[in-house]
Design a protein around this ligand. Structure first.
Ligand SMILES: [Fe+2]
Length: 274
């Protein structure tokens, strides 16, 4: 299939109908893959997404697409005074479902309405961020296990636009502490990447809290440097899919009165072998 590079990683293609094995290979090699200007019914979009694995509905169930709970509507649009989707989702560096025991393999966004200004998604390459660490730091973090929970460790203010999307009490009740290695082997490619050092990581197993936060903050500063980032601009009909095990990503804030709508599907990694 023909691919056009987006930057140091990431690619776009118009070959949506290429054999799936080629798409799969191109996706894990590129980390971000963009298909431009598609027209897909929800069923066709779901069928494509499910080729990558098992979809799992987001805990925020009030904005599931009616009849298709695997699609989460992200939108700042209001209808009859009520939001039609989740607004300001993920406007800080994080990786999807890292607060779950079995996290997300990939996330797909299908762009339905594009704001006149902004709305790009930023991606940061966590393979490169890991590779560039000193030997000493690699040794230090080799066996460290981070403690994760739903939330943005840098912003817990529920009135802020960069807090993790606020959960109802019942949704909060479904969330637990989970563990993931800080330097994590990618389940498909086998390469090591820094994993979720920004976002849901609040501590490190067996390390005093201050020390753990200090180390995570230092790794975050390193891993989100502009040199590891690309910025993706959306057109109407674009489908983007990204690799959650090798990237951090962040939405960017847009004008709340500038309409934008995306449909999100999140695909899980395989369950851990017991
Ligand atoms: Fe996200």
């Amino acid at each position: 299939m023909r691919l056009k590079k987006l930057g140091s990683f990431g690619a776009e293609t118009s070959d949506f109908d290429a054999p799936f094995q080629e798409i799969w290979g191109a996706f894990f090699a590129s980390q971000v893959l963009v298909f431009r200007n598609l027209r897909l019914a929800p069923e066709a979009y779901l069928a494509f997404a499910r080729k990558f694995g098992r979809a799992e509905p987001h805990v925020i169930d009030q904005f599931h697409y009616p009849g298709h709970p695997d699609i989460l509507i992200l939108s700042n649009v209001q209808k009859d005074g009520k939001p039609i989707g989740l607004a300001d989702a993920g406007t800080y560096f994080h990786t999807d479902y890292s607060y779950l025991d079995v996290p997300a393999r990939c996330t797909l966004l299908y762009s339905r309405q594009v704001p006149s200004k902004g709305g790009d998604t930023l991606f940061a390459d966590q393979y490169a961020a890991y590779d560039d660490l000193s030997r000493q730091t690699k040794n230090l973090i080799e066996n460290l296990v981070a403690l994760h929970h739903y939330g943005n460790r840098d912003d817990l203010d529920k009135n802020s636009r960069t807090v993790a999307s606020v959960l109802s009490e019942q949704q909060e009740g479904k969330m637990n502490w989970v563990k993931h290695k800080v330097a994590r082997k990618h389940p498909i490619t086998g390469r090591t990447a820094l994993y979720a050092v920004s976002g849901s990581s609040f501590g490190i197993e067996g390390m005093p809290e201050d020390e753990a936060r200090g180390l995570l903050d230092e790794l975050k500063r390193h891993a989100t440097q502009p040199k590891y980032q690309i910025s993706l601009k959306y057109g109407v009909g674009d489908v983007v899919i990204w690799d959650n095990a090798s990237l951090l990503h962040s939405a960017t804030l847009t004008d709340p009165n500038d309409p934008r709508t995306l449909w999100r599907i999140t695909i899980k990694e395989e369950r851990r072998p017991s």
